[in-house]
Design a protein. Structure first.
Length: 180
């Protein structure tokens, strides 16, 4: 069983990106479990002063859930040409301790829905860059950006096919090993 921890960049209960994340449970290939990590809004802003000894409970829970997963997938909108602050904060917590954070070494992908002409392009790029710096193995081929608000992303066969393909690519990703 391959477990994918899913981080949703929108806190809004009726967010289309949350609905997309939920839909991944039915789109997942056999042998894949989707774990939507809730509670990102409860994680305090990263502050090294409170990340000594034991981290706050919400941050520890986030780290534990991502640590136990085999893969990480972000489903996010774009806010002001970047990723939402809650997602950036989650990646900050997951990146510590430096070099050994919960996200280090994990295959990582980004998908999302944003009704703009760019479809969340910058949010996806920024999330991928931040995760890569945190030590994640960014799978470049895992991208789905939906730009049109005229498309019912939860029922459109083309969008659903792209999401299924993103999951399959993330699951089948094998890191390259360098020759010794």
């Amino acid at each position: 069983m391959t477990q994918i921890a899913v981080l949703v960049g929108s806190l809004r209960a009726d967010s289309v990106n949350r609905q997309v994340a939920e839909s991944l449970k039915t789109l997942a290939p056999a042998g894949v479990e989707i774990d939507i990590v809730d509670g990102l809004g409860d994680v305090p802003f990263y502050n090294e002063d409170i990340d000594v000894g034991s981290a706050p409970a919400a941050a520890s829970a986030l780290r534990d859930r991502v640590s136990s997963a085999d893969r990480v997938l972000v489903v996010t909108p774009e806010y002001n040409a970047t990723m939402p602050a809650v997602l950036n904060n989650a990646i900050d917590w997951l990146s510590r301790p430096y070099g050994a954070g919960a996200i280090a070494g994990k295959p990582f992908g980004v998908v999302g829905v944003t009704p703009t002409p760019y479809g969340g392009k910058w949010a996806h790029e920024h999330a991928a860059l931040s995760a890569k710096i945190a030590g994640a193995l960014v799978v470049e081929d895992v991208t789905v950006s939906q730009t049109s608000i005229d498309v019912d992303v939860l029922n459109d066969p083309e969008v659903q096919g792209k999401l299924r393909g993103a999951l399959e690519t993330l699951v089948s990703y094998v890191p390259e090993t360098s020759a010794a």
